[in-house]
Design a protein around this ligand. Structure first.
Ligand code: PLP
Length: 456
């Protein structure tokens, strides 16, 4: 039905490989349209978007209110350069973001994507310490595994070998601590007897590096692409917050994937009441309707940073009026349609269904997640938790099988051979119970086929 209304083109572009190049080379269908949680290609095949693209599209596709906002803004202006004109959408969106975030987060800086947001977070911390005469605080501690983006600065916080090898030495090999991967604990301990050694590793690293050399600890509140919906133990962020405060280092939360209702709260930090000094945002902020990102930070940081001529950082498209007009409408939709609440309710139903699949399919090692950010970790042997060899590309195989059945999920190959493959299941936050049942049915089929292929 949807296809009949939006037939699109019928043939793939013949010279696709001639002009474009990508991270991976793969035959792909051409997108023809999308509505709600469904997408369809130029051949009329329909897909259930079970991962919101790359966990981006929080409000679902084809939202009429956002389309109308784009039309309204396009009649006024698409672009005005920030050093020449301020624009109402960026002022208004900044006000909305401050209104909906924690009371101490009251300043906003706009960018156009997640990596730019992480870079900006790093640079605002660095300039703060520089302005205070503490320029030696230039290192950032992050976690293994982690994903914070692909620009060189953000990549130096990321731990994912396939994206790093060609660029070593990175701008800086920032110190890393282990993520709380309880399913395969690096200390070979069990929670809670472990007493959260992985969180206390931050203090150890800060002391090894010298507290006066550290600017911030950068962390995803719920691990996304890198760790597969890794939810920390409840005490984790209390310990992290304590260590950051004790040594005067900033806590930067990368909420690029978790923000804007994804985990069942508008921001994931709300789950633990953790107070970040800087929060990096993107993805859900404009839900894929336009490139947009931002950092949220405190008056104290901004006051120190602007004292010497302002933040020495910026991008041409920052605070773009069209992007911000889209962001304004997206945020209104998220709040008025109570999408965080729906993500909480539907997330519990999804997790229950995934656990059912976990009991049925032996090669699902662990099911985890929070709200509508969930994942399946795939293992060769559920007893020993041995991962599949990376070259088997088990997560990609499952993703391809799901794709063939018209279901989109988001794969990540076994990281450095140490962690299992996983797939993220993270549909748009508008998803309804019947659609979750449809998603699970398709996933079940794809899992059965993948088990045959892997002999698992
Ligand atoms: N940070 C996190 C937590 C992410 O998940 C991503 C992207 O997946 C990024 C940063 C980088 O965002 P972008 O791809 O928009 O540069």
């Amino acid at each position: 039905d949807l296809f009949k209304r939006h037939p699109g083109e019928l043939a793939a572009y013949p010279d696709q490989e001639k002009y474009l190049f990508y991270q991976t080379k793969k035959e792909q269908p051409i997108i023809a349209g999308a509505e709600g949680i469904y997408m369809w290609d130029t051949r009329g095949k329909q897909y259930l978007d079970g991962c919101s693209g790359a966990v981006v599209n929080n409000i679902g596709h084809g939202n009429r209110r956002v389309i109308a906002a784009v039309e309204r803004q396009s009649r006024q202006t698409f672009f005005a350069y920030r050093t020449q004109f301020e624009n109402r959408p960026s002022q208004e969106l900044a006000r909305q973001l401050v209104e909906h975030s924690a009371p101490h987060l009251n300043r906003v800086f706009f960018v156009s994507g997640g990596s730019e947001a992480v870079e900006s977070a790093m640079k605002v911390c660095r300039q703060y310490f520089f302005n205070l005469g503490e320029g030696s605080r230039y290192k950032f501690v992050s976690r293994v595994p982690a994903y914070h983006g692909s620009t060189l600065g953000a990549l130096s916080l990321t731990s994912y070998a396939p994206l790093e090898v060609a660029f070593k030495p990175l701008v800086r090999d920032n110190p890393k601590i282990p993520a709380p991967t309880c399913y395969r604990c690096v200390y070979h301990k069990q929670y809670p007897d472990c007493e959260l050694e992985c969180a206390w590793a931050l203090e150890k690293t800060v002391l090894e590096q010298g507290p006066d050399n550290i600017a911030a600890f950068v962390v995803e509140p719920v691990g996304g692409a890198s760790t597969g919906a890794l939810v920390p133990p409840d005490e984790y962020f209390g310990i992290i917050q304590h260590i950051c405060r004790k040594y005067g280092i900033f806590l930067v939360l990368d909420e690029v994937m978790t923000g804007f209702g994804r985990t069942g709260k508008l921001f994931a930090y709300e789950h633990w009441g953790v107070q970040a000094d800087v929060v990096a945002l993107s993805k859900g902020i404009a839900s894929g309707y336009y490139p947009l990102g931002a950092i949220l930070t405190t008056d104290e940081i901004v006051d120190v940073v602007v004292r010497r001529g302002g933040f020495a950082h910026g991008h041409t498209y920052a605070g773009n009026p069209m992007a911000c007009a889209v962001g304004q409408e997206v945020l209104r939709v998220i709040m008025e349609d109570k999408l965080p609440e729906n993500a909480d309710r539907m997330g519990k139903i999804l997790l229950k269904g995934l656990n059912r699949l976990g009991r049925k399919h032996r090669f699902i090692g662990e099911v985890r997640g929070l709200g509508l950010l969930t994942a399946l970790e795939l293992v060769r042997d559920p007893q020993t938790r041995e991962p599949f060899p990376p070259e088997w590309n088990a997560a990609m195989l499952l993703t391809d099988n799901a794709f063939a059945d018209g279901l989109l999920i988001y794969p990540r190959r076994s990281i450095n051979g140490l962690y299992g493959d996983h797939v993220l299941v993270a549909p748009p936050l508008i998803v309804r119970e019947a659609q979750i049942a449809e998603l699970l049915e398709k996933l079940d089929k794809a899992l059965t086929r993948t088990a045959d292929h892997l002999n698992a």
